[in-house]
Design a protein around this ligand. Sequence first.
Ligand SMILES: [Zn+2]
Ligand SMILES: [Zn+2]
Length: 581
Amino acid sequence: MKPFPELDPMQVPTTLFESWQTPPQADELRLIPIGGLGEFGMNAMVVHTAKSLFLVDCGQLFPSDDEPGIDSIVPDFAYLEPFADRIDAVLLTHGHEDHLGALPYFLERWPVPVYGTAFTLGLLESKMREFELDRKLLRKVSDFARIKIGCGEIEAEWIPVTHSIPDACAIALHTPQGVIVHSGDFKLDPTPTDGRLTGVKRLKALGDTGVSALLADSTNVMKPGHTPSEESCREGLRQAFRQTKGKLFIAMFSSNIHRIQTLLDLAYEEDRKVVILGRSLDRNVGVARELKHLMLPDDLFIQPNEASLFKPNKILVLCTGSQGEEMSAMARLLRREVKGLKFAPGDRLVLSSRSIPGNEVSISRMLDAAARQGVETANEELGPIHASGHGQRDEAAEFIRLLRPRTMVPIHGNFRNLQAHGRIAESLGWPKERVLLIEGGECLQFFGKAEPRLAGSVPVGKCFVDQGVSHRVDARVVHDRLILQEDGIVIATVLVDPITGELAGDPTILTRGFVVLSDDESYGELLRGAVRKAFEDAPPEIRKNRDLLIELLRQTLRRIIRKTTETRPMVVPMILEASAG
Ligand SMILES: [Zn+2]
Ligand SMILES: [Zn+2]
């Protein structure tokens, strides 16, 4: 059986930050990642002083297979509760879901100003409309803008970085405790599609005047060398256009506007009309066009039902679903549910994205389904068709050299990524004590300009969101779903005569998803007999107490089921009152 999702058996316990509920002292600054360290996603960092309290990013985590029925996972904001009336703002580095996806839940509770660049807020706006949140909270910042947050004690500066989404930034915090730089997600791309380069000069200038701490993206630090430029996948994708006799389908992340621009350029040059499929893709292309992040002739686009008016080799379809998601445009295409647009022999499917760890099975299933419909899915010959948005080892090193922080704190990634990133700093001459490996909830405490220290952990955790039900789902619900998924359910019904207090009939056993079926008479008799005996042997004080009686029957059934089948289904005893006969 899988472990209870909230209790990670691999987690090393850390010491508690005893006075976390007391406000910081006059010269104290607390830096607390409440997500995104020791895991991929759910990036959120608390910055807290006596006068200021704000978040840098507020992301969500996409659930894995051991969180059935959960749509998204957001950070537990327990740390903020004692200071609920003091929260100033949320600062955003960029528009990816793992950096802003939890904001609607946060803003419902704390409607505070949200600062971000134009494209970041453009994506956020439609989300806020969906959640009926006040869009007046949004504060647009431009590249290199320096803005007072809250009472003005701390100023935040947005410095452009190259990444797989427009308008991504690093944020430099000018605090009384020194300059703290948060890299956001970045690569150092010398030839970005939109020509917006990383603000290397400004980063270096910050390094020259002194940086207290650098918090930097560790996503790709296990890979040696330099991440290829976005420009590098143009030729591979062009080959896809040229070597495809039928329709060309390209699945990708809907926020990767640079990739979309490259593909639209190619569609124009190689004479194919473009169909956009998928709600988020449609929405993001709309936002990007409005903000002039996409340049293209208007007559390039057609509707899906117009595709049949053109020869197959004149069609490019951009769609969502590169991870094999069940609700995506790609899944609808594979089920042949898109009117006027069907897969046919001669067509090609290209996934111009990385596969997020954990999605391999659904991606492979999707490619299989496409191949079965005659679609070409082998694209290894084409050349590069995807470039990552995260810098590799050389870029991580370059970033550290530019900023020369007094303390280096790797962020974004599982523990091994953080460790590898720390080793890069050490290889550049940073002594071990100036490289701090912290994980979710660990508080880094700065006093004046002194070296920061680890104060211990504050409460953190995950909140589960099931959109079909309500916003938040208790972790116990996820736990129950796992048990049902693994071993099924056994329901035992006991009829008790209210007058005599004795059994009014034979107990009944009903099972679903359990290894032994309800209609297996001899096994049913074994369980029924065990229930009957447990009831009859129960002392009067337990029989009189409904809760205790249910617990007794549950334990009895669990024990016998574990012994006979080695499984642990969910056991639900029910006690009904009924007169004998
Ligand atoms: Zn990210
Ligand atoms: Zn990102």
